[in-house]
Design a protein around this ligand. Structure first.
Ligand SMILES: Nc1ncnc2c1ncn2[C@@H]1O[C@H](COP(=O)(O)OP(=O)(O)OP(=O)(O)O)[C@@H](O)[C@H]1O
Ligand SMILES: [Mg+2]
Length: 200
């Protein structure tokens, strides 16, 4: 396959994606009601593109992001990532996918473990995927702090010792910790954007 045809291929292609939740049962023998959190959504994202999902509260934006990151099982529809169907992946394959799709959480304070130092929080994705030695992980976490404009000494601080904006940067830094030329492809930002990146 030529480079130009690879660039034309969508990084992500979502087709008629649906997520339905059972609502509270209406009573014995009666049919259940359903909540259509996402109802037949289709879109494509190419490498280097940024997609913003805009809509009223409760229209299914966060659910779409969670489906894309395989944090939720779709009721029906297809999610293809670099040509590969994600809805049928096994647990081990979903784990591998996590190296390529990262989430930046909406509420940085709630998503950062208050008992862990910033250094430990940033090292965690590397620990989970068994990347590097302990010293290398420590080094990469401190390098990432500089990348997001914070002093390396922040590695020793706890989340409550940071400002809201600094915590937001830690959330972004954590999502970028697995960013390596061959691995990182996409980050999902609730409230803000769904961003696909080229290699860097
Ligand atoms: N676990 C669940 N069980 C039942 N209904 C759910 C569940 N999760 C979400 N919903 C419903 O699905 C719909 C879509 O929710 P979602 O969180 O995706 O909305 P959203 O577009 O992100 O909204 P907001 O802008 O307020 O964040 C909402 O009506 C919500 O009440
Ligand atoms: Mg939401």
């Amino acid at each position: 396959m030529s480079i130009s045809s690879l660039e034309r291929e969508p990084l992500v292609a979502i087709d008629r994606l649906t997520k339905r939740y059972p609502a509270a049962a209406t009573g014995f023998g009666k049919p259940k009601a359903w909540v259509n959190a996402v109802n037949g959504v289709s879109f494509e994202i190419r490498s280097g593109e940024t997609l913003g999902l805009v809509g009223e509260s409760g229209c299914g934006k966060s659910t779409t992001g969670q489906l894309l990151a395989r944090l939720l099982e779709p009721t029906s529809g297809s999610i293809r990532f670099r040509g590969r169907e994600l809805t049928t992946l096994r647990a081990r394959e979903v784990r591998e996918l996590r190296k390529h799709i990262q989430l930046i959480f909406q509420d940085p304070y709630a998503s950062l473990n208050p008992r862990h130092t910033i250094g430990s929080i940033l090292e965690e994705p590397l620990r989970v995927h068994r990347i590097g030695s302990r010293a290398e992980r420590r080094q990469q976490a401190r390098d990432m702090l500089e990348t997001v404009g914070l002093d390396r000494s922040y590695a020793a601080r706890y989340p409550h010792e940071l400002s809201g904006g600094q915590r937001q940067r830690i959330g972004i830094a954590r999502a970028l910790m697995l960013a390596r030329p061959s691995s990182w492809r996409m980050s999902l930002c609730p409230r803000l954007t769904c961003r696909c990146s080229r290699k860097f």
